[in-house]
Write a protein that binds this ligand. Structure first.
Ligand SMILES: NC(=O)c1ccc[n+]([C@@H]2O[C@H](COP(=O)([O-])OP(=O)(O)OC[C@H]3O[C@@H](n4cnc5c(N)ncnc54)[C@H](O)[C@@H]3O)[C@@H](O)[C@H]2O)c1
Length: 264
């Protein structure tokens, strides 16, 4: 297969799982369209991922934009379409939604400003769950996702467990899993598979934002069957394996990549 036919679109490409998957997919022969949302202080991470992809002999087109903004999505998809037109065609073999941008306040607090409000709740669900649907809708309409394409997103045990300060993200994870089932059903006739990875607790910048993350980390290290946390590369290896278009009968499900952590 020529390089131009093997493209992956990674939403959240500059850090954590998105960065590891970009690098692993590049190793596996994919060129990378990356979307991330970084300020000056974290931008070097995105530039490093892009440089690493290029160093592996692959192409990297990165966009520093909020994935939840409709105009940004439209603009980026136009650029992808223009690119494919220029090179004589192409499509997205793998899409990963790996965006961490959630409100971490509790639902109940004495002062209203210390609790999640409507704006924060809706923003969290929009960015971390609903944006998956809007990207997939537009990619399918543009025929950038085609028969054999694979769509993945990142859920966590928070979809079915309670964690202090994680209420709105928990809701987003439950919605993301529901969106995955629905998209899988509706895209089955087109041969496009849609699944979620449920990663174990992983030390990333997003994880360090969670209140009590140190306690969670200690708990995992003590009780995990392998005595370690999940690493972004654990998910990246799994994604590369499942990117194989021949593995076409896994769809609409949550695939745990946690070394057994959720059984503890
Ligand atoms: N770290 C964990 O323990 C863990 C476990 C299970 C699932 N997850 C999920 O994995 C996903 C990725 O998390 P991570 O730990 O790799 O986080 P991370 O902070 O390392 O990376 C987040 C990425 O999302 C991008 N991003 C954030 N908001 C964005 C926006 N509005 N538009 C575009 N890009 C945006 C950032 O630029 C960055 O590239 C999240 O959905 C998270 O909930 C994390």
């Amino acid at each position: 297969m020529a390089d131009k036919e093997r493209w992956a679109l990674i939403l959240g490409a500059s850090s954590g799982f998105g960065a590891a998957c970009s690098r692993a997919l590049a190793d596996a022969g994919f060129n990378i369209f990356g979307v991330h949302f970084d300020l000056k202080s974290t931008l070097p991470r995105a530039l490093q991922v892009k440089a690493d992809v290029k160093a592996k002999g692959r192409q990297a087109l990165f966009f520093n934009k909020n994935v939840a903004d409709d105009r940004n999505r439209e603009e980026i998809l136009c650029k992808l379409e223009d690119y494919f037109e220029e090179v004589g065609g192409g499509s997205i073999g793998v899409m990963l939604h790996s965006v961490a941008f959630g409100n971490l306040k509790p639902f109940i607090a004495s002062k209203p400003e210390d609790a999640v409000d409507r704006k924060a709740m809706e923003m969290t669900l929009d960015v971390m769950a609903n944006s998956l649907v809007y990207w997939v809708q537009d990619l399918v309409r543009a025929r950038l996702l085609v028969r054999g394409s694979k769509v993945f997103s990142m859920t966590s045990s928070g979809s079915h467990r309670v964690i202090t300060g994680y209420g709105s993200v928990s809701a987003a994870k439950a919605a993301l899993e529901s969106h995955t089932r629905q998209l899988a059903l509706e895209l089955a006739p087109k041969g496009i598979a849609v699944n979620c990875f449920q990663a174990g607790v992983t030390d990333t910048p997003a994880f360090r934002m969670i209140p009590n993350h140190r306690r969670i980390q200690e708990h995992i290290m003590e009780l995990h069957p392998d005595g370690r946390m999940t690493r972004p590369e654990d998910v990246a290896r799994t994604l590369v394996a499942l990117a194989n278009p021949d593995l076409d009968w896994i769809t609409g499900t949550v695939i745990r990549v946690d070394g057994g952590e959720d059984n503890i």
